[in-house]
Each structure stands twice: as structure tokens, then as C-alpha cells.
Design a protein around this ligand. Structure first.
Ligand code: 2IT
Length: 449
């Protein structure tokens, strides 16, 4: 490993030992950058890597809200404005009880390179709260969102920082946040949030974009091997917005998603999650306050494996779509033994470092990284910003064309970056190098700060 990369990594591990997810994400990216640092000594001279692993700014704030019984609750909110070298900070908000500084920083760090890969002018950011939306009424969600944005509104804006959804934050939450933002600022600045409803400036296809983009990316990988998606079986995890989009596009292209999963276990549906009724069932489970993925198994009379993950099921393609760290060493071994040929990460950082190294070392497996595969989501968010600033609405066909071209470009530029450094068809290193290079160039050109 390049000495400079090694020293920066050692520093991050030392300084942030209490932030394991952040250390993991930094390790994954920096491990790919040795050949770049060898070729560009000027980056070390400018101490570029130490600058990149430190957020430009990050803040926490108090979010107080009242439940339906008149009782007060206090949560913590975060926003990390990690890197603004190529555009306004851009990234989602995650509402989940396990959210902490490490998780927000890992997501923000990933977002820098992901957003760069889209080819659009967006910097990296992320935010959220340790608020748990499960079981909350609509009125409670509204009061929480209003309180959250009251604390944050001074620090965001269409040219400053543009939040969006992530886990626990969908169209409903974005609506309540935009309503409060508009009330506080008294201006029509709908480009300050993305993932909006269509009635006030949302983009067609934004809900589908992450899942559709992942399948388009997969098609590019298959194309590289003269392979085709038609007839393929896909083992996926999760059952949220991203998994839904993956199932929908896979079905349209003649592939079958045969597993989906939740906290309590996984569903095996050999016919595939591919009818309108099945796809809608996912949406219903997500929208209900007490639904679980087992409801799907009961309704469609397919097996449910309580307490288990789908890894090891026989499938052509694996697509983890649930959350970070869902695949450790044990799961990676099961995946390698399953005979699958493609491991396509979708959720942010689903694979632990050692499991990722193991999977990448398997000759029969092609591995693709989440920061490239799931970039269609934030990419269409950037298209939503463009539509908002132009005060017009693109058709679904126009958005889809852009999304397809974007995913092809992300795949091709990653492959080209790996090739340039003599790494062969290495989509993981390639994505890190391609994403890094644009941000590095912008930082160098803008001087030291
Ligand atoms: O992880 C992600 O890229 C997102 N949650 C979407 C971010 C965005 O700004 O659309």
C-alpha cells in the first residue's frame, strides 16, 4: 500500500476508533487509491486525503416533539456537510433509532464519491435522527418533521445543501419538511429538498430511481460478459423502496427476484416478486405501522424463514438491498458457495471489509460496489433539482433516458478508471478512483481550505 494512504488510514483508525462504520467506509475507499497516490505525488503534497476524511462541517441539534398523548420527546438530529467541492451538499436524511455520528459520517463520506460518479454537480452530505418512525401516527410524524426542519432550515437551500429521503424518510416526510421550510422562509425554494410529491415539484421516477438504476447498472455488467438479464434469478434482501424498485424493473425485464427480507427473517418466492399484487404488497407492508415481511409469505403462500437471512439461496445474482453490514464473513462464504456469479451491492455499504475482500478474491464472482450501483437515486434527485431550477417537469421517458445513460456512464467510467491503473475489470476500485478523481481535481483547483 502507498505510504501516504497507509498513514492517513492509520490516523483515521486511531482518531475514530469509536466510529466503526466511518472507519470501515474510509478503509474501503482509501484502499483503492494507492495507485492514484503513486501517480499523483501532488495530492500528498497538498495533504488531500487528510482534508477529504474531515467533513467541511457537521452539526447536531435538538429535535423536540409532542406525541398524541401530549407527552414531549427529545431526539437528536444531525447534518454532515462533508464535501462541497463539486456542488451543493446533497444526500438523504435517515430516521432510525440506531442512527449515530458514525453512521451519518459513513453515509456522508460514501455520498461524496457516489455523487461525483453521477457526473452531475452535487457535493456529499448526509443527515438524520435517532427518531424511530415505527408505530408513530401521521400527526406525530408531521410534528417531528416540522421540528426537525425548524432546527435545520437556516443551513440548507437549493445552492447550499439539499437533503432528501433515506431509510425512514419518504415522500410523506419530505412533504412535511418542505411545508415547514416554506412557512419559515416565505419563499418558493422547492429545490431545497428532493423526493418531493409531484404536486409541488417532485420528479417522475424518483421513487423508482434507486432500484431501476441498480438493475440498469447490472445490465451493463451482464453486457460486459455477453450475458443477459432475461431468465436470471436474483436473491435480494430488504423490502423497502429500493428492493421494490429492483423487483419491479427485474420483473419488467424477465428476471425473477426470489427472496426479500425484513428484520424477522426472509421470504422465498420461487415464482418471483413480479406481479402488481405482490409489488403492491411490499408498499402496503411498508406503509402500515405493524406490517412485517411475513405478511407477504402468508398472503402468497410461500415459505418464510424466521430469523434467517437469504444468503446461500441458489440464485444467479445476489443483490443486498437492506442496510449496512448485512453481509459479514459467514454470509460471504455462503454466497461464494452458492454458485452465484454476480454480487451487486445495492444498500449503502452492505458488506463488511473482510467479507468484501473475500468476495472480491473469488474468481467466479464479479463484485459491484453500492456507491456506483445505487447512484441512480441521488442522480435522479439531481435531475429533480434541475427541473426545479428550470421551473418545468420532464416526462417519465425523459427521466428514464437520463437515468439509463447515467448508469451506463457510471459503469463505463469505473471500468475505464480501473483499466487506466492496470487493475482490469475491477468495478470496486474503479468506482472509488473515478469518484475520487473529479473531487480531487476540484479541490486542487480551488486551493487549500
Ligand atoms: O443514499 C442515497 O444516495 C440516498 N439516500 C439518496 C440521496 C438523495 O439526495 O437523493
Amino acid at each position: 500500500m502507498n505510504k501516504y494512504v497507509e498513514s492517513v488510514l492509520a490516523g483515521v483508525r486511531d482518531k475514530h476508533s469509536e466510529q466503526p462504520e466511518f472507519v470501515q467506509a474510509v478503509t474501503e475507499v482509501l484502499s483503492s487509491l494507492s495507485p492514484v497516490m503513486d501517480a499523483h505525488p501532488e495530492y500528498e503534497a497538498a495533504d488531500l486525503l487528510n482534508r477529504m476524511v474531515e467533513p467541511e462541517r457537521m452539526f447536531t441539534f435538538r429535535v423536540v416533539w409532542m406525541d398524541d398523548n401530549g407527552k414531549y420527546h427529545t431526539n437528536r438530529g444531525w447534518r454532515c456537510q462533508f464535501n462541497g467541492a463539486i456542488g451543493p451538499y446533497k444526500g438523504g436524511l435517515r430516521f432510525q433509532s440506531n442512527v449515530n455520528e458514525s453512521i451519518i459520517k459513513f453515509l456522508g463520506f460514501e455520498q461524496i464519491f457516489k455523487n461525483s460518479l453521477t457526473g452531475l454537480p452535487i457535493g456529499g452530505g448526509k443527515g438524520g435522527s435517532d427518531f424511530d418512525p415505527a408505530g408513530k401516527s401521521d400527526a406525530e410524524i408531521m410534528r417531528f418533521c416540522q421540528s426537525f426542519i425548524t432546527a435545520l432550515y437556516r443551513y440548507i437551500g437549493p445552492d447550499v445543501d439539499v437533503p432528501a429521503g433515506d431509510m425512514g424518510v419518504g415522500g410523506r416526510e419530505i412533504g412535511y419538511m418542505y411545508g415547514q421550510y416554506r412557512r419559515l422562509k416565505g419563499v418558493w425554494e422547492n429545490g431545497t429538498l428532493t423526493g418531493k410529491g409531484m404536486s409541488y415539484g417532485g420528479s417522475l421516477l424518483r421513487p423508482e430511481a434507486t432500484g431501476y438504476g441498480a438493475i440498469y447498472y447490472l445490465q451493463n455488467v451482464l453486457h460486459h460478459f455477453n450475458d443477459d438479464i432475461k431468465g436470471k434469478t436474483i436473491a435480494a434482501s430488504g423490502y423497502g423502496n429500493v428492493t421494490w424498485g429492483v423487483c419491479k424493473k427485474a420483473a419488467e425485464l424477465g428476471a425473477k427476484v426470489i427472496t426479500i427480507s425484513g428484520r424477522h427473517g426472509y421470504v422465498y418466492d420461487p415464482d418471483g416478486v413480479n406481479t402488481e399484487e405482490k409489488l403492491n404488497c411490499l408498499l402496503e407492508i411498508r406503509a402500515s405501522t405493524d406490517g412485517t415481511i411475513k405478511d407477504y409469505a402468508d398472503r402468497f403462500n410461500v415459505p418464510f424463514y424466521a430469523g434467517q437471512k437469504p444468503w446461500g439461496v441458489k440464485a444467479d445474482i445476489y443483490m443486498p438491498c437492506a442496510t449496512q453490514n448485512e453481509v459479514g464473513m459467514e454470509e460471504a462464504k455462503a454466497i461464494a458457495e452458492s454458485g452465484a456469479r454476480y454480487y451487486i451491492e445495492v444498500s449503502n455499504m452492505p458488506t463488511l471489509n473482510d467479507a468484501m475482500s473475500f468476495l472480491r478474491s473469488q474468481d467466479h464472482l464479479t463484485v459491484a460496489p453500492s456507491k456506483a450501483v445505487n447512484a441512480g437515486g441521488v442522480g435522479v434527485s439531481a435531475l429533480e433539482m434541475a427541473q426545479n431550477s428550470e421551473r418545468l417537469v420532464w416526462t417519465a421517458e425523459e427521466v428514464d433516458e437520463h437515468l439509463k445513460a447515467m448508469m451506463a456512464n457510471i459503469h463505463d467510467s469505473s471500468a475505464a478508471a480501473a483499466e487506466e491503473y492496470g487493475l482490469g475489470y475491477d468495478l470496486v476500485s474503479g468506482a472509488n478512483i473515478a469518484g475520487f478523481s473529479k473531487v480531487a481535481t476540484a479541490m486542487m483547483e480551488q486551493g487549500v481550505f
